[in-house]
Ligand binder design. Structure first.
Ligand SMILES: Cc1cc2nc3c(=O)[nH]c(=O)nc-3n(C[C@H](O)[C@H](O)[C@H](O)COP(=O)(O)O)c2cc1C
Length: 339
C-alpha cells in the first residue's frame, strides 16, 4: 500500500465522478493532526456529498472523557478537507452538526465545481505536507508579526479567538502549570496505560498512534518508552522537559471559543488546522501542551494566568525547529466508505 503522505496531485480524477473526486481529496484530510494520532474520524461519500462522523471507538477515555479533543481532531480533518477542495477547484457547502438526533455526525460537505477561489485558503495547501508536530526544542528566533496577524485572521473567520503570551511572568507561570499537569496526569495509572496503548515502537506497522521517537526522548530510551510509561511514574521527568519547552517557546498560543460545546470544538479544530498549515507553509513548527486543559483542577488556574474571555480549547507553541518526521496514517479505504 502506498505511503499516505505521498499523494500525487496529478492523479486527481479530473474527469471522474464527484464521489471519486471526493474520495481522492479526502486523502489530504487524513493527514490532519489528531490527539495521540488517534485519527478518530469516519467518512461516508454519497455522490457529491461527504459526511464526516466521529469514531467514538478511538476516543481517549482518560485524557479526553468529554470527547472535546476528539471533535477538535475531526474539525482539523474538516479544515484540511476544505483547503484541499479549494485547491482542486471545488466549492464546498459545509453544514456543521447537521442533525441534532445524530450528534456524532459532525459535518456534511456538498461539492460543486467553482471558479471562485478563496485567496486565504489556497496558500495553505502547501503546508499540508510540511506540517508535522515537532516536540524538540525550538530556536529562539521570533515568529514574524505578519504570520501572527495572518493566523489570527484565519481563526477569526471561524469565530475562534487567539491569544498570544508575550509576558515573561505569564510564561513562567504556564511552564509551572504544564509541569504540574504532567505530574498529575502521570500519577494516574489509567492515563499512563492509555498513553502506552497509543505509543508505537520503531518496528510498529500500525497506522496510527505516536511514534516513541517523536517524543524527544534520548535515542537509547525511545524503544523502552512504552514499557517505562506504563510501569513507572515518569511525571517528573516529562514535567521538567515540558516546562523547559514552554519557557523557551518563541510564541505561545491559546485558541479560545465563546462556549464549550461540540460546535465550538469543531470550529476550534478547523481554526487550529488552518493556522498550523499557514505556519508550516512558512516553515514554522508547532507542538501542543494539553496538560492544563486535561488534568483535573488546572483549568481555572490556567484561566487566571492567561485572562482570556471564553473557553480555552488549545494551548501550543510555534517556532523554528528541525523538521519532524511524518507520523503514520490509516489508509483511505479503512476510513472512507462509498455508498
Ligand atoms: C486536539 C489535539 C490535541 C493535541 N494534544 C497534544 C499534546 O498535548 N501533546 C502532544 O505532544 N501532541 C498533541 N497533539 C498532537 C498530536 O499528537 C499529533 O497531531 C499526532 O500525533 C499526529 O502527528 P502529526 O501532527 O505530526 O501529524 C494534539 C493534537 C490535537 C489535534
Amino acid at each position: 500500500m502506498s505511503n499516505p503522505w505521498e499523494i500525487d496531485r496529478q492523479c486527481f480524477p479530473t474527469t471522474g465522478s464527484p464521489a471519486e473526486q471526493l474520495k481522492f481529496i479526502t486523502r489530504y484530510a487524513l493527514l490532519a493532526p489528531s490527539t495521540h494520532n488517534t485519527q478518530p474520524w469516519k467518512f461516508i461519500i454519497q455522490h457529491d456529498e461527504l459526511k464526516l462522523y466521529a469514531d467514538r471507538s478511538r476516543q481517549l477515555t482518560e485524557a479526553d472523557p468529554s470527547g472535546r479533543e476528539l471533535v477538535m481532531s475531526c474539525g482539523a480533518a474538516l479544515g484540511q478537507l476544505r483547503v484541499a477542495l479549494q485547491h482542486f477547484g471545488l466549492d464546498p457547502e459545509v453544514s456543521l452538526l447537521p442533525d441534532s438526533n445524530e450528534p456524532d455526525w459532525l459535518a456534511r460537505v456538498k461539492i460543486s465545481p467553482s471558479n471562485v477561489y478563496d485567496d486565504q485558503l489556497l496558500p495553505l495547501f502547501d503546508g499540508i505536507f510540511k506540517r508535522h508536530t515537532s516536540r524538540t526544542a525550538f530556536a529562539s528566533t521570533a515568529v514574524p508579526q505578519q504570520v501572527i496577524d495572518k493566523i489570527t485572521d484565519l481563526a477569526g473567520r471561524l469565530g475562534v479567538g487567539v491569544a498570544f503570551i508575550s509576558d515573561a511572568d505569564q510564561q513562567q507561570q504556564l511552564a509551572r502549570l504544564v509541569a504540574e499537569g504532567d505530574q498529575l496526569l502521570f500519577k494516574n495509572k489509567n492515563f499512563r496505560l492509555e498513553l502506552r496503548r497509543w505509543l508505537r515502537g520503531k518496528d510498529s506497522n500500525t497506522k496510527d498512534g505516536i511514534a516513541s521517537r517523536s517524543l524527544g526522548l534520548p535515542a537509547w530510551l525511545a524503544p523502552l518508552a512504552a514499557y517505562i510509561i506504563q510501569k513507572l511514574d515518569v511525571g517528573d521527568m516529562v514535567a521538567r522537559n515540558d516546562a523547559q519547552l514552554v519557557l523557551t517557546a518563541p510564541l505561545l498560543v491559546i485558541l479560545h471559543t465563546p462556549e464549550n460545546q461540540p460546535m465550538d470544538w469543531l470550529l476550534a479544530g478547523q481554526a487550529l488546522d488552518w493556522m498550523l498549515l499557514f505556519a508550516a507553509a512558512n516553515r514554522i513548527n508547532a507542538s501542543f501542551f494539553s496538560q492544563p486543559l486535561e488534568a483535573p483542577g488546572l483549568l481555572s488556574r490556567f484561566n487566571e494566568i492567561v485572562q482570556i474571555s471564553g473557553q480555552p480549547q488549545l494551548f501550543f507553541r510555534l517556532g523554528y525547529a528541525v523538521d519532524a518526521k511524518p507520523s503514520a496514517r490509516r489508509d483511505v479505504d479503512t476510513v472512507v466508505s462509498m455508498e
